[in-house]
Ligand binder design. Structure first.
Ligand SMILES: C[S@@+](CC[C@H](N)C(=O)[O-])C[C@H]1O[C@@H](n2cnc3c(N)ncnc32)[C@H](O)[C@@H]1O
Length: 278
């Protein structure tokens, strides 16, 4: 098993309290997801993170007529990308009011005309009518929700018949997780027991979905933490602010530990596409 049972309240507090830290130290535009890298020599996190959005959008089949819900939208970068690129309509839902407020504040200037709305709420009790969306997407959020079957049934409920559920998520490839893995991967982000690659697909099928596409992408998450950890070390050396330096160095150490956890088979990442039967 992984750890103590974190509640939705624990997850909400964590993401509220860390919003400004991640904006300062990870990505100032609010992106907080795994990059899709071109190979071991690719070190451009921003480009890789955008590529992940591109891959999920393409595999979901989003186009101008789509109405897309992003579950665990965080600071909203994926929906702003989708609505800007395809001209589709978007709705973002996140448990953290801090992240939703940041997302709303971004809708000015060249983003003021985007057809997007951000709502504070939980994936386990979605404030939407049945059969509303053509697509539900998500990046690296669903694993954090303690009641995963309830989330799946909510996604199923709000999707139109024939609608597509396409997302990336963290994976827990095995049941037994070492003390180090628990501390640096699971407890760090208040993550309760996750799904394995096969277990995820089974859970989606149990919720009524037909899984149409699944990819186990462990190299991508390893490269994400390698690149982010290296950037944190470099920035620690450059800053004059002792608090920032301490955070950067601690974060870089965590990234190294996360890479070890991946090597021990305790952490993974994948992309899944499923359809609600027509
Ligand atoms: C790792 S961040 C990813 C954010 C965003 N998808 C991105 O790509 O930048 C995970 C997000 O999931 C949200 N989250 C966690 N539990 C949730 C829940 N029960 N309902 C809605 N959002 C949730 C968190 O508040 C956080 O913003």
């Amino acid at each position: 098993m992984t750890t103590q049972s974190f509640t939705e309240q624990d997850v909400e507090s964590f993401f509220d309290q860390t919003t400004s830290t991640y904006l300062n130290f990870w990505d100032s535009s609010g992106v907080l997801h795994t990059g899709y890298f071109d190979g071991d020599d690719d070190h451009d996190y921003q480009a890789a993170a955008e590529r992940t959005s591109d891959v999920v959008a393409t595999e979901a089949g989003i186009n101008a007529s789509s109405y897309v819900l992003d579950v665990g939208c965080g600071c909203g970068p994926f929906l702003m990308y989708l609505t800007g690129r395809f001209g589709c309509r978007g709705e973002g839902l996140d448990l953290s009011i801090e992240r939703i407020n940041f997302a709303r504040e971004q809708l000015t200037g060249d983003k003021a005309d985007l057809n997007v709305n951000f709502t504070h709420g939980s994936a386990t009790a979605m404030p939407y009518e049945d059969n509303t969306f053509t697509h539900v997407v998500s990046q690296d959020s669903l694993c954090l929700i303690p009641d995963k079957p309830k989330t799946h049934s909510e996604v199923f409920r709000v999707l139109q018949p024939g609608g597509v559920f396409a997302f990336s998520d963290f994976l827990q490839p095995k049941t037994d997780i070492s003390e180090r893995g628990r501390k640096h991967v699971y407890d760090r982000v208040r993550w309760n027991n996750g799904y394995s690659y096969m277990g995820y697909q089974q859970a989606l099928e149990e919720a009524g979905f037909v899984v149409t596409h699944a990819r186990n992408l462990e190299p991508q998450i390893r490269q994400t933490y390698r690149v982010i950890g290296k950037a944190a070390t470099e920035r620690a050396a450059e800053t004059d602010d002792p608090a920032a330096r301490e955070w950067m160095l601690g974060f870089a150490e965590s990234c190294g530990e996360i890479e070890h956890a991946i090597d021990r088979g305790e952490f993974g990442w994948g992309i899944f596409v499923a359809r609600k039967p027509a």
